[in-house]
Design a protein around this ligand. Sequence first.
Ligand SMILES: C=C(O[C@@H]1C=C(C(=O)O)C=C[C@H]1O)C(=O)O
Length: 354
Amino acid sequence: MEKLLKPLRDQIDAIDVQLLDLLNRRARVAQEVGHVKNKVDAPVFRPEREAQVLRGIADRNPGPLGNNELQTIFREIMSACRSLEKKVIVAYLGPEGTFSEQAVYQHFGKSINAIPCASIDEVFRAAEAGTADFGVVPIENSTEGAISRTLDLLMQTPLTISSEVSIPIHHNLMTLSGNMDGVRSICAHSQALAQCQGWLNQHYPNIMRQAVASNAEAARLASEDPAVAAIAGEIASQHYGLQVVSAHIQDEPQNRTRFAVIGHKETEPSGKDQTSLVLSVQNKAGAVYKMLAPLEKFGVSMTRFESRPAKTGAWEYYFFVDIEGHVKEEKIRLALAELKDSVAYFKVLGSYPI
Ligand SMILES: C=C(O[C@@H]1C=C(C(=O)O)C=C[C@H]1O)C(=O)O
C-alpha cells in the first residue's frame, strides 16, 4: 500500500507548495489593500466584499469539494489576510462555549480578538464605546421567536446591523458521568429549556429545571456538581469536560438562531442584500395596511414582520420589518421615503448581505 501512496502524496506535497505560494501572494495583496485603506481611514472589515468572495467561490466551484467546506476554508483565508491589515475586535454574549461564540467565528473566522461579555447590554456598550469594532447578539430563534432584549436595544442604539449570521442550534443533555444517576436538576438558559421542553417533559418530567445566565454557565455548574445536568452545545461539553447523555434533544430538528452583527460602519451593497427597519403607526383601523402600501407600490418584498409592544400600555406596537434590497438601491430609497412620511416612528437598523 505504502508504495501506491507515495506518488500520490508526492503530488499532494507539490500542490501544497503551490497553495503556500498562492496564499502568501494573496496575503501580500491584502496587505496592500490595508495600506490603501489606512491612508483614508477606511474600514478594514468589508462584509459586502467578503459575502461576494464567498458567493463567487460557490458559483465557480466545480467540485468535488462541497460549497460549505470551501466557504469555511475561504472564510479562514480571508480572516487571516484581514488580520494582516488589522485584527478586528468582536464582542459577543459569553462566556466562551456559547452559540454566540460559534456565530462569531462562523462570520469573522478565527483570526480575530473575540471578547466574551456578560450580557446583551454589555455587547452593545462595548460596540458603542468602540472597545470592540463589532458586537454579535442573538436576534431570533426559529423555535422560540424574537430575543426581546436585543430588539429593545436595537431601537435605542446608534449602531447599525452590518451583517447577519444564522447557525443551527443543537442542544445536548450532558453530565460529568455521561448518565443521569443522582441528577437532581437540569440547568440551561431559559431559551434552551423552552426549545427542549417537549423532550424534557417526555424523558425527565420529574427533574427540576433551572434557568441560568447561559448554557455555558449551566455546563460550568454541571462540571462542578454531579447532581447537575446541563443543556448546551457540543463546544460547551468539550470546554467543561462533560459527557453527552442525549444528543440533539431540541424539539425542532431544524432549530436555528439568527445573530445580528452590530457596529458603527454601514455595509455597502453586495448585490444581494436585505434591510431591517423598525416602524410604528398610530393605533387606528387600517394603519398597518397603509404603512406597508409603499412596499407594495415599489415592488419591495418583505421577508419578516415581527411586532413588539411599545410598553405604553395602550396596545401600541413597534414592528420589526425586513425587506429585500439595500437602502442605496433606487427602488428601496423611493419606497422608504414614502413609507417614512406615513408612519409615527421610522428607523433603519441596517442593510447587509443575505
Ligand atoms: C482585502 C480586503 O480586506 C478584507 C479582506 C478581504 C479578503 O481577504 O478577501 C475582503 C474584505 C475585507 O474584509 C478588501 O477589502 O478587499
